[in-house]
Each structure stands twice: as structure tokens, then as C-alpha cells.
Design a protein around this ligand. Structure first.
Ligand code: OAD
Length: 363
């Protein structure tokens, strides 16, 4: 409950005539602030946390709001079902830039493409008129020679330990696949470079075919209809997310016992709002350079169950933890505290050596 609402309730409690009515119903219905909140909630069709019967059970899910609290929770839940959500921050240590970090982010380095605005490079409407900037950039972004990071292998370890319900990624770099995560555990919410399609006749193409054209500096044109441009199956702004995303998100999030979010600014929808789809008592751990995805002031005022809450004064406190720093360091620390530290280090070393051997001894 937020502060304003609590004060309102206190005011109503002083009314003698209401003493025989339970505080939950009388106070909420009679408070002007609550009526306004309910009205706005209904009009806006948003999730109202005060209507959720399980709301009270959200308190006390973690012994303490720290990484250690999360570790104890995992250890106590023998079969903890964990969902991981990731963004570009889990791949930066592999050498792939993220999008929005000041100076190093991709959106701060696109001047040479003369775009109307940085995100235009991933907008379908712009791409249809002018695909060249995207393909020029694609040469730099092609998933080739990059090695998965400690964070990727930590997610794989969660799977090997039987704890991973699903991994939802916004990344198109395919590093989760390279790290050995099986396809059924993976939801590539923003698509992938792995396959492509003609925008006109929908003929499918493979990554090696597209790669050849992109490296040559040629815009890939469809060999079937000889007209359409072949676009990698990356979800552009203006396109629908894959059906698999909607189908599995609808099932998975209600079952999760723990949500771990890593390396994302949580600003792109609908991915960002997945954090609201776990149960009210499901702890959420953010591992990121900065706090992101936090509940905004309007949602807070309206008492809505939206966004992460790292402030213990709020109604939705008691389950969100922010560990601020580098994803790889955070994942290694988690693994260490879970007793899997050496296993993770050995896995990374073994896999990196084998990837180097495959690519002819590159480090
Ligand atoms: P962003 O660049 O928006 O956010 C990356 C987040 O990770 C930021 O909060 C960084 O501070 C943090 N970060 C970066 N490196 C890190 C590291 N080594 N350790 C910890 N944190 C780190 O990337 P996304 O959230 O993935 O969509 O962006 C979402 C979507 O926006 C992308 O999928 C892409 C883009 O437009 C499309 O292309 C459709």
C-alpha cells in the first residue's frame, strides 16, 4: 500500500460508525482516494493489486532483500522454477555493444547512417524504404566469432540443474544457442539472425546465405520472386513478436518461483512488462549496471502492480532485489554462493576452448 492511501485509511478508521465493518472493505470503499484509484483503474483496464486475493502472501517471501536472501530462497525451494529474462547487457562482455548505454551503446553510434532517429534502423517502415543502413550495420553485428559470456553459461547451468523454466531473451545474437541452451528452453522474443524471409513472397533463407550477401555488401534479394528484400527474422519496431512468445509467456510466468532479469534497460514493450506477469509472491532479482523497470509514480499512486519496487515503503515491497554491477560478476557470485562456482568456471573454459578450436584456434 502506498503512503497516501495509508493516511487516507487512518482518517476513515476514526469514524465510530464503521467499526463493525471489516477494515479491508469499509476503508477501501469509503476513501475518496481509493474511489478515484478504482475508477481510474477500471477506466484504464490496468491490473489493480488491491483486488488480488493473494496480495497478502507477497510479504516475507525473502528472508532479506539481498542476493543472500535470494540464495536462501533458491536453496529452500528444492525445485525452484526460475525464469530468466535478458537483454543486450549479457552480451557486452562478448564484444557486442548494447543499445542505450551512454557513448558505448549502438544508438549513440549511428550518426554515419543519417537516420531520422536512432531506432529507425530497426523500424519496418524505414527498412522498406531504405534497407541499406540496416545491412551496413548488420555486417558489424553478424553473429560470428563471438563467444557466449559467463552470464550465458550461468543460464545453461540453471538448465542443467533442472531449475530453468524458460529463458526469455531480447537478444538477436544467438549466443544462448551457442552456449548450448536447448531450443525448447529458449524464447527469442525479438527474433533471431538465424533465419530470414523474403518480405514479398515470404520464401525462407538461412543465416549462411544471408551472411554471404551481407559480407559482400550486397542487399540480399529473394531468388524466388526476384523482387523482395530478404530480412533476417529479427523483430523490427512495427512488427508482431513471435507467436511462441505470447503462447509461452501466457503459461510460464504464472508458474515461476523466481524471476531473474539481467542486462536490460526494460524499456521496450511488451517484453518489459513480462516482469508484472509473475505471481505477486514471486521474488524478482535484477542483475544490471543500473536500476531499471521501476514502478512509475502514477502506478504507485494508483496502487497498480506494475514495475519493480526496490523501495521497502511500497505495498509491493518484500520481493524485489537489485544487484547492481556487471552481469558476469553477478552471475559468477550467484553460482559461487549456490556452490556451483567452480563448475561454472570449468564450463566456460571448456566451451570457450572448444569454440576457439572450431574457429581455427582464435582466442
Ligand atoms: P539496452 O541497451 O536498452 O539496455 C542494456 C542494459 O544493460 C542497460 O541498463 C545497461 O546499463 C546494462 N548493461 C550493459 N552492459 C552490462 C553489463 N556488462 N553488466 C550489467 N549490465 C549491463 O538493451 P536492451 O534492454 O536489450 O530491440 O534493449 C531492448 C531492445 O531495444 C533490443 O532488443 C532492441 C533495442 O531496440 C530491437 O532491435 C527490436
Amino acid at each position: 500500500m502506498d503512503k497516501e492511501t495509508e493516511e487516507d485509511r487512518k482518517g476513515d478508521n476514526s469514524d465510530e460508525e464503521k467499526q463493525n465493518i471489516s477494515p479491508e472493505s469499509s476503508d477501501i470503499e469509503d476513501s475518496g482516494m481509493e474511489r478515484l484509484r478504482k475508477f481510474l483503474t477500471q477506466k484504464l483496464r490496468l491490473i489493480d493489486s488491491s483486488d488480488d486475493q493473494s496480495d497478502e502472501s507477497q510479504q516475507g517471501t525473502l528472508r532479506e532483500l539481498t542476493l543472500d536472501g535470494v540464495i536462501d530462497y533458491i536453496k529452500e525451494h528444492g525445485n525452484c522454477k526460475i525464469i530468466t529474462m535478458a537483454g543486450a547487457g549479457i552480451s557486452t562482455s562478448a564484444g557486442i555493444p548494447d543499445f542505450r548505454s551512454p557513448s558505448s551503446g549502438l544508438y549513440h553510434k549511428l550518426d554515419k547512417y543519417n537516420l531520422p532517429h536512432p531506432q529507425a534502423i530497426f523500424e519496418l517502415e524505414f527498412f522498406m524504404k531504405n534497407p541499406e543502413p540496416f545491412f551496413t550495420l548488420a555486417r558489424e553485428l553478424l553473429p560470428e566469432g563471438f563467444k557466449p559470456t559467463i552470464s550465458h553459461y550461468f543460464i545453461r547451468l540453471l538448465w542443467e540443474k533442472g531449475l530453468l523454466l524458460r529463458h526469455y531473451t531480447q537478444n538477436i545474437d544467438t549466443l544462448e544457442r551457442v552456449a548450448g541452451l536447448p531450443a525448447d528452453k529458449l524464447v527469442e522474443a525479438h527474433g533471431t539472425f538465424h533465419t530470414g524471409r523474403c518480405l514479398k513472397c515470404r520464401a525462407p533463407y538461412t543465416l549462411p546465405w544471408m551472411k554471404e550477401k551481407i559480407i559482400e555488401g550486397v542487399i540480399p534479394k529473394c531468388e524466388e520472386c526476384e523482387e523482395g528484400v530478404v530480412k533476417p527474422d529479427i523483430v523490427f519496431f512495427g512488427e508482431m513478436l513471435p507467436e511462441r512468445f505470447h503462447l509461452l509467456a501466457g503459461r510460464d510466468f504464472a508458474q515461476a518461483d523466481l524471476l531473474i532479469i539481467m542486462g536490460s534497460s526494460l524499456v521496450v514493450q511488451p517484453f518489459a512488462s513480462l516482469v508484472d506477469r509473475v505471481r505477486n509472491n514471486c521474488p524478482r532479482l535484477l542483475i544490471n549496471n543500473e536500476k531499471v523497470g521501476m514502478q512509475d509514480r502514477l502506478s504507485r499512486f494508483l496502487g497498480l502492480r506494475q514495475g519493480l519496487v526496490f523501495d521497502s515503503r511500497s505495498a509491493h515491497s518484500g520481493r524485489d532485489v537489485a544487484w547492481l554491477g556487471d552481469c558476469d560478476t553477478g552471475c559468477q557470485l550467484l553460482a559461487d554462493k549456490l556452490g556451483w562456482g567452480d563448475e561454472l568456471r570449468a564450463l566456460v573454459q571448456r566451451e570457450h576452448e572448444s569454440l576457439s578450436a572450431e574457429s581455427g584456434g582464435e582466442k
